[in-house]
Design a protein around this ligand. Sequence first.
Ligand code: NHW
Length: 402
Amino acid sequence: NNSQKQKDMSSHKFWSTQPVPKHGETIEEDGPIEPNTPYDQIRKEPYTLPKEFEWVTLELNNENELNELYTLLTNNYVEDDDAMFRFDYSGDFLKWALQPPGYLNTWHVGVRVSSNKKLVAFVSGIPADIRIYDSHQHLVEINFLCVHKKLRSKRLAPVLIKEITRRSHLQGIFQAVYTAGVVLPKPISKARYYHRSLNPKKLVETNFSRLPQNTPLSRFIKKFKLPAETSTPGLRPMVEEDVPEVKTLLNEYMSKFNFVPVFKTEEEVKHWILTKDKVIWSYVVEDLETKKLTDFFSFYFLPSSVIGHQVHKTINAVYLFYYAVKESEEKAIKGRLQGLIKDALILAKLKNVDVFNCLDLLENKLFIEDLKFGAGDGYLNYYMYNWRCRDMGSEKVGVVML
Ligand code: NHW
């Protein structure tokens, strides 16, 4: 019984005060939970922090400040349940994630210790356009909420969330999208992580994967062997000239789902999809006769630190990001997508990646089993702030968050 596991609203001291649906609430009509606050009623001063701390707006174009954020996150950000691995987002990745077209420095919110200026907490917002069911919204995507390990459970997170909310309201934004491994009131969807071994030996050595009982390592390695070369005709790295066609392909493909990003400008597609080495890699398929693009896929690079291992310091992981498949026949999509993602595995392997990850959203369930992805322990819950709507299966979700 899931509702026994979930805390009821009254026990969420903070979340019970926020405009989010309650667990168990039935939803009849989609819409905002509270009305927009008129500008003159929005608080103009930052929320009060405990007296030893101060607010700071991070300037990520400054190498030192970017490095401070990198250090905070690399030591204190998300770990798996067994505290064996921790995300290790690179500085270049953080710039990509936090400086899309239209980004605002005021949404890169830090907390420093007043006495020595050490950065000890952070939360970010970026502007985004999404469609949820039939409703188009310009809103804020919240990510990288982090409180230093030594300052946990002191109710700093609610202050950070209220402050980024205030700063969103000041920009005329009253809805947000965010994802979390933890269950809060109230997910609009829940996706599961899947992992495809590319370097099974290292994954076993780091305890990322467990060797199945009575399976010799050699057989485990053989199971995950891949061809040396890709097989989709016309597959090639995406270049800047492809941006307009990729934008069309992506927005058309997204019409299949209920909760999707809307890419309004070529500038956004260039930012979010075009290859940036060691951050995101993108490939397109060009029809060899018509020279038109028919498909594309992308994956981003997010290593994890292996906590306290003698030999291996990091696992090189990539995550499937956006893609689009063009097939006139719905039943042809499965084969087409399997071929494309198999090529993505091969390309990632050539980049020395250890594991290829994805969630069971978009049409990923069409290839997860056949391409030997294994179910992970992790789940990702999708949330909206100040928006009430029906929940949906993960196969209706198109938004991929970093
Ligand atoms: S999810 C990743 C979150 N970060 C991590 O897991 C890093 C490691 N953990 C930490 O740094 C992706 C801390 O444990 C954090 C909590 C900071 C998570 N989301 O300060 P207290 C995102 O970044 C609630 C939301 O004592 P702490 C998405 C918790 O339920 N709430 O805890 C972020 C409790 O409230 P309750 C979370 O451990 C979305 C309260 O915080 C949460 O020292 C943010 C406890 O606070 C989470 N991941 O710090 C929401 N984890 O009511 C955006 C815990 O249950 C909303 N809590 O008592 C939209 C805002 C914009 C709106 C615009 C209109």
